[in-house]
Ligand binder design. Structure first.
Ligand SMILES: O=P(O)(O)OC[C@H]1O[C@](O)(CO)[C@@H](O)[C@@H]1O
Length: 255
């Protein structure tokens, strides 16, 4: 069993855990501590393959009576356009299955953009307003795409972008095809929080695991701040922790 290392690079706290499970445990503990300290915390949540273990560990803590989500509020980063919340591949369904239906959260206090709304522009504005009314996000969980996207902010997204309708890149459609029967079923558009929205979170924890993410992780932490690698903009956040396994950290030049 390896050891955990913690370093600061470019103002970012980097925690390299011995393996993906330990990385998930570190992130789950961070959320659990926040909720314990502030039962009414406002959580920013993410979907994708990466956070699944983190959610499992949070579910275990609730089942063991160590944690309660009763008074928290949550906001998810994004949702596919055209999928209703009850579609099995919608991010609402993902969250219900992987977390919300397994913990004592009040579903009315969980928010996922409605990708099937008739007026998507209005949906985006009201999502921003709800985050503001909740007092902002206390801790935002992020993953990272192979091309450095965060939420569905693809390369070229402006640093001050807000919740909006976006087109997905061919790269992202390909990466997410594994969750659908055929690639043609992957929606081509999404509603996503903007980079500006994400940057207003009080704290951010980004979880990345696996060799495939290593180049994006290195460029996020050690590359120039560049809209072509959206996650690099996070270097300018005052409270960012990146948690990885050794494989995802393998391209980082340690001092
Ligand atoms: O965790 P995964 O499945 O590799 O996805 C990485 C990122 O891609 C997205 O799923 C969007 O494509 C993000 O929500 C996620 O952070």
């Amino acid at each position: 069993m390896g050891v955990m290392t913690e370093t600061k690079i470019n103002g970012i706290s980097l925690v390299v855990a011995p393996d993906a499970n330990a990385a998930a445990a570190i992130v789950a503990d961070r959320f659990a501590s926040l909720i314990t300290a502030n039962p009414q915390a406002v959580l920013g949540l993410a979907t994708g393959g990466t956070p699944v273990q983190t959610y499992q560990q949070l579910v275990q803590k609730v089942q063991q009576g160590q944690l309660s989500f009763q008074s928290v509020q949550s906001f998810n980063l994004d949702e596919y356009v055209g999928l209703k919340g009850d579609h099995p591949q919608s991010y609402r369904s993902f969250m219900n299955e992987n977390l919300f239906h397994q913990v004592d959260i009040n579903l009315d206090r969980t928010h996922v953009p409605d990708g099937a709304a008739a007026d998507l522009a209005d949906q985006c504005q009201s999502y921003e307003a709800m985050i503001r009314e909740a007092g902002g996000i206390d801790l935002q969980l992020l993953g990272i795409g192979l091309n450095g996207h965060i939420a569905f902010n693809e390369p070229g997204s402006a640093a001050d972008s807000r919740t909006r309708l976006v087109d997905l890149t061919a790269n992202t459609i390909q990466a997410n095809a594994r969750f659908f029967d055929t690639i043609d079923e992957v929606p081509k558009q999404a509603v996503t929080m903007g980079i500006g929205t994400i940057m207003e979170s009080k704290g951010i924890v980004l979880l990345a695991t696996g060799e495939g993410k290593s180049h994006a992780v290195e460029r996020m932490i050690q590359g120039p701040v560049d809209v072509e690698l959206p996650a690099s903009i996070l270097q300018q956040h005052p409270s960012l922790t990146v948690v990885t396994d050794p494989a995802a950290a393998s391209q980082i030049q340690m001092a």
